[in-house]
Design a protein around this ligand. Structure first.
Ligand SMILES: C[S@@+](CC[C@H](N)C(=O)[O-])C[C@H]1O[C@@H](n2cnc3c(N)ncnc32)[C@H](O)[C@@H]1O
Length: 283
């Protein structure tokens, strides 16, 4: 008797649904399945979430964070564009720690840049996502920069504060990249400047979904809480990127020699394992 599509049982063709050796969207290439298009998934989802926030009848916009071992986490995008009165306490507290001219690093849809402007700060939003910066502009955030902190550091711009909100301490990426990232911020730091960064400690997680991944990282010489992720939205995926979720003691080891001093770590009750790190410019 033949199986599906007239094939003999056990016969495998190139079009077998379970034959997922690779797709064009996958770094290894493969069997010709198109896979997700690689593009500005973050910008697309923020643009749609911003539109949805203006329309009470709109369906919620969801993003998928995909870890490179296949774990997927589905999250609503609305919090990324929520006004400050809807934020958790620790995020509001982060803004209280900033003074003067602020660079909102990985600004996303600009919720923090907007709130800082409303408090009278001079704010620049920097992000690699063109769509994210479009949403910033729609909220009248006029000073926007598309690019990385390394590129921006070459312009001679100076700031009194650097905000890494939304667990953006993750932008330190890896043990090797973190000091380079911190030195780029130091090059843009006015005397007395501060970095205020929200981080999450996945190194010490006891969640069974994290333990084998953390152990694999340790065997590879990485910080246990490092993640390799991509964000997916509809048919688009960002390229894969590293995201660092260190324990505070691991962060402390990355800072010496970067021009910064780690001056405070604040944990918040009822928080989801996140903390606020404050670093002060040395000298
Ligand atoms: C988790 S979202 C946080 C957004 C925002 N800080 C907030 O709290 O709403 C991370 C943002 O960082 C941006 N991003 C990722 N890598 C970046 C890089 N190397 N330089 C600048 N921005 C980056 C992404 O495009 C995204 O908009």
């Amino acid at each position: 008797m033949n199986g599906p599509a007239g094939r003999a049982p056990g016969e495998v063709t190139e079009d077998e649904p379970g034959d997922d050796r690779g797709t064009e969207g996958h770094p290894e290439g493969g069997m010709g399945r198109p896979g997700p298009r690689i593009g500005d998934a973050i910008g697309d989802m923020l643009r749609d979430a911003y539109e949805a926030s203006l329309d009470p009848s709109a369906a919620p916009v969801l993003q998928i964070a995909e870890r490179d071992d296949g774990l997927v986490i589905v999250l609503p995008v609305a919090p990324w564009i929520a006004p400050i009165d809807q934020w958790p306490d620790e995020e509001r507290r982060a803004l209280d720690l900033l003074k003067g001219r602020v660079l909102d690093v990985g600004a996303g849809g600009g919720r923090a840049a907007r709130a800082l402007l409303d408090r009278g700060h001079d704010v620049t939003a920097i992000d690699i996502s063109p769509g994210a910066l479009e949403v910033c502009r729609r909220q009248s955030i006029r000073s926007v920069v598309r690019g990385t902190v390394h590129e921006h550091a070459t312009t001679g711009a100076k700031y009194d504060g650097f905000l890494l909100l939304g667990i953006n301490l993750g932008l330190l990426e890896t043990r090797q990249e973190a000091p380079r990232f911190l030195r780029a911020l130091a090059a843009m730091a006015a005397p007395g400047a501060a970095i205020v960064a929200q981080g999450r400690n996945l190194t010490d997680s006891d969640d069974p979904l994290h333990l084998p991944y953390n152990q694999r990282n340790l065997r590879a010489g990485r910080i246990a809480g490092q993640r390799t992720l991509r964000i997916r939205y509809r048919d688009v995926a960002t390229p894969w990127f590293h995201y660092l979720n260190p324990a505070p003691r691991e962060l402390a080891e990355l800072v010496p020699g970067t021009g910064w001093e780690l001056t405070d770590i604040t944990h918040f009750e009822n928080s989801t394992g996140s903390y606020l790190a404050t670093l002060r410019r040395e000298g």
